[in-house]
Each structure stands twice: as structure tokens, then as C-alpha cells.
Design a protein around this ligand. Structure first.
Ligand SMILES: NC(=O)c1ccc[n+]([C@@H]2O[C@H](COP(=O)([O-])OP(=O)(O)OC[C@H]3O[C@@H](n4cnc5c(N)ncnc54)[C@H](O)[C@@H]3O)[C@@H](O)[C@H]2O)c1
Ligand SMILES: [Zn+2]
Length: 331
């Protein structure tokens, strides 16, 4: 799995344009919306005491990032890449291709059959999803935060692993798989309780699978879906229970988005970890940060969008690089 790759030594950094072959791409942001390398905006990297564009190797780049952390305690935005070392796959492979097609919101709400399929798959996948533990990257980020070198964490992940590692001030942008809500009456329950009820209703339901998918489910044969007894709400009796996560095709609740924009307005820098930024849901905070002229540092292997707004894009393994950063700022 590419998530277990160790850091590559970096080629010598060239000037300010990223090359697809280089492990590090460096940008000095121009004025909002123009891109390029013209005059840095007021709160740009030029205000940092050293300039990453002169860095020759990964150590120097990490040193520069560590300095940024200490000076600016960035707001953090994380994505699925944070959790691949915990055994939860991301949606996109290293080449940016989406590997699975998750169920869309419209499909989920449209029919009982779709919900039965969702819950059957999710029932089986949950056992492995819930067994996932925070990895070295989660632990390192929590250490960095405890040292005051990053601020709040906005996560696009629904696995709860930042909190399990001890991070505070975590905003779960897309909700949490551990929470369940009834779309009819609004009753809320925990996934743990619901899991128990689903076990009771499906005592002989055993499907042999080692597979786990990014959203915590697996693929199942239709025959296995058909024999699964789907859960119903204990309050209103409807079969409209939904994990309290934002599905593809569904909007993030407005107050949550506003809170994240407010955090972006207050931030002195933004650190993006393990997100391809393919989804507008996270990309918009990068755009807002860049428009404000604050440094945007991205550590992720593959970047689909947002690169042109980044001060620095470091293509490196997260567990290794966050541990190296924690050792620099939190020891
Ligand atoms: N763990 C989870 O909770 C989980 C998992 C998959 C998807 N999702 C959901 O899917 C959406 C997908 O968007 P996204 O941008 O978060 O994910 P994404 O799959 O689009 O991007 C993940 C990024 O992480 C990189 N990456 C993977 N492992 C890495 C590692 N060890 N070190 C460095 N980089 C690594 C990939 O190259 C990619 O750039 C999110 O909105 C999220 O809600 C959540
Ligand atoms: Zn209900």
C-alpha cells in the first residue's frame, strides 16, 4: 500500500514552479485570483524568517514548515490521507483516480432498497472500520497541537481518529460515522447501539470479507443484501436511519461551514494534510485562506486542485513527516 511508503529524498528544489516529477512544489502566492509568482500578499511567506524556495532537501523544507508552525500555529484541514496508515483507504489512489463510487445522497433517500443495501454493506464493513486506531500521523499532530504549534483541526474524515489520538478543537466537517440520525423524526442514536440492534435482527448474518472501503462499507452480492434485515428508527418506526455523515450530493450544514470559514478568517496560516482537495467542501477554505494572503502549506501525495494557491506542496508520507515536525516543535 502506498500509504506505508517512506519519505523519498527530494531532488534539489528548482525555482518557484512545481514540476510533476518533483517531490516538492513551491509557490509564492500572488495577489488573490491571479496566481503566479508576482508580488506576495501582505501576510505572505516573505514574512517568515526563512524562505523555502532556497531549500535543498526535505530536511530544510520540514525545518521551514516547523518554523511556520511555531510562528503561526496554523489552522489544520485534514482528509482521508491522514487515515490510510490506519488501514482506512482514501477515495483516490496516488494517481488521483477515484477507486470507489460511494452511494449518493439522492439514491439513499430515494428507496428502502437502497437503504437496505447501504446498511447491509455498512454492517459488515463497520467491524473493521471501528477497529481502526490512530496512526503515527494522528499522534504526531496531537503532540504538535499540545505544544501550541497548530490551532483547531477541520477534518473531512468521519472516522474520529483525530479525537482518539487526543486532538482538541476538531470540527468534523462531514460528520461522524459513529452517529446515526433518523431522517424522518430527527432522533439520534449511536452507531454502537444501532450495531447491537442490527446484530440481534441478523443473528446468522455472516459474510466473509477482509475488504474495507473508504466509507466503512464493503461490496456485497445482491443475494447477501436481500437477506439483511435493515434497521428501523426506535421512535417513529421508519426505515430512514442514516449515518450522520455528509454523503456525496448532500450539503454540509450551513452553521458548520460558517464556523469553518470563521476559523479560516482568524487563522495566520493553513496546513492541509492528506487531502486531494478534489471536493469543493474542503477546497473552499484553501481558496479563502489564499485570498486572505496567508500561507497555505499542503502535505499530501496527490493533489487534484488547489495547488496553484499553495505556498508549498510537499509530496511526502504523512506519518513520517508529521512525526519529524512533532520532533522539531514539540520536544
Ligand atoms: N477516513 C475517513 O474518514 C475517510 C476516508 C475516505 C473518504 N472520506 C471522505 O471522502 C472525501 C474525500 O476527500 P479527501 O480529500 O479527504 O480524500 P481523497 O481520497 O480525495 O484524498 C486523499 C489524499 O491523501 C493522499 N494520501 C493518502 N495516503 C497518504 C499518506 N500516507 N501520506 C500522504 N498523503 C497520502 C492521497 O494521495 C490524496 O491526495 C472526504 O470528504 C471524506 O469525507 C473519509
Ligand atoms: Zn425516526
Amino acid at each position: 500500500m502506498y500509504a506505508s511508503r517512506t519519505c523519498r529524498r527530494l531532488p534539489q528544489l528548482g525555482p518557484l514552479h512545481p514540476s510533476p516529477l518533483s517531490a516538492v512544489a513551491v509557490h509564492v502566492p500572488g495577489p488573490p485570483h491571479t496566481g503566479g509568482v508576482t508580488a506576495p500578499a501582505p501576510l505572505s511567506t516573505a514574512m517568515l524568517s526563512s524562505d523555502v524556495s532556497g531549500a535543498r532537501d526535505e530536511d530544510s523544507v520540514l525545518e521551514w514548515v516547523a518554523e511556520l508552525l511555531v510562528e503561526r500555529a496554523p489552522l489544520v484541514l485534514t482528509g482521508a490521507g491522514m487515515s490510510t496508515d490506519s488501514g482506512i483507504p482514501d477515495y483516490r489512489g496516488p494517481d488521483g483516480e477515484r477507486r470507489v463510487t460511494p452511494m449518493q445522497f439522492a439514491e439513499f433517500v430515494a428507496s428502502s432498497a437502497a437503504r437496505q443495501r447501504y446498511w447491509a454493506r455498512s454492517f459488515v464493513g463497520w467491524q473493521r472500520f471501528t477497529a481502526a486506531r490512530p496512526n503515527a500521523g494522528h499522534h504526531a499532530l496531537a503532540r504538535i497541537q499540545a505544544a501550541g504549534a497548530v490551532g483547531p483541526v477541520i477534518t473531512q474524515n468521519v472516522d474520529g481518529l483525530h479525537q482518539a489520538a487526543g486532538s482538541r478543537d476538531v470540527v468534523e466537517l462531514h460528520g461522524a460515522l459513529a452517529d446515526v440520525v433518523c431522517l424522518t423524526c430527527g432522533d439520534r442514536t449511536t452507531r454502537g447501539d444501532l450495531d447491537e440492534r442490527m446484530r440481534e435482527a441478523n443473528p446468522d448474518y455472516v459474510v466473509d470479507s477482509e475488504e474495507i472501503r473508504p466509507d466503512g462499507d464493503i461490496s456485497l452480492e445482491e443475494i447477501d443484501v436481500a437477506r439483511f434485515v435493515p434497521p428501523r428508527c426506535l421512535v417513529c418506526g421508519c426505515d430512514t436511519l442514516k449515518p450522520d455523515v455528509v454523503f456525496f450530493g448532500e450539503s454540509v450544514p450551513k452553521d458548520r461551514v460558517e464556523r469553518c470559514f470563521a476559523l479560516t478568517e482568524e487563522a495566520h496560516a493553513l496546513l492541509v494534510l492528506g487531502s486531494s482537495l478534489a471536493v469543493m467542501s474542503g477546497l473552499r477554505f484553501v481558496r479563502r485562506a489564499a485570498a486572505r494572503g496567508i500561507p497555505v502549506v499542503i502535505i499530501t501525495h496527490h493533489l487534484q486542485r488547489g495547488g496553484e494557491r499553495a505556498t508549498l506542496h510537499l509530496r511526502a508520507d504523512l506519518s513520517a513527516s508529521l512525526t519529524a515536525l512533532a520532533d522539531r516543535v514539540a520536544s
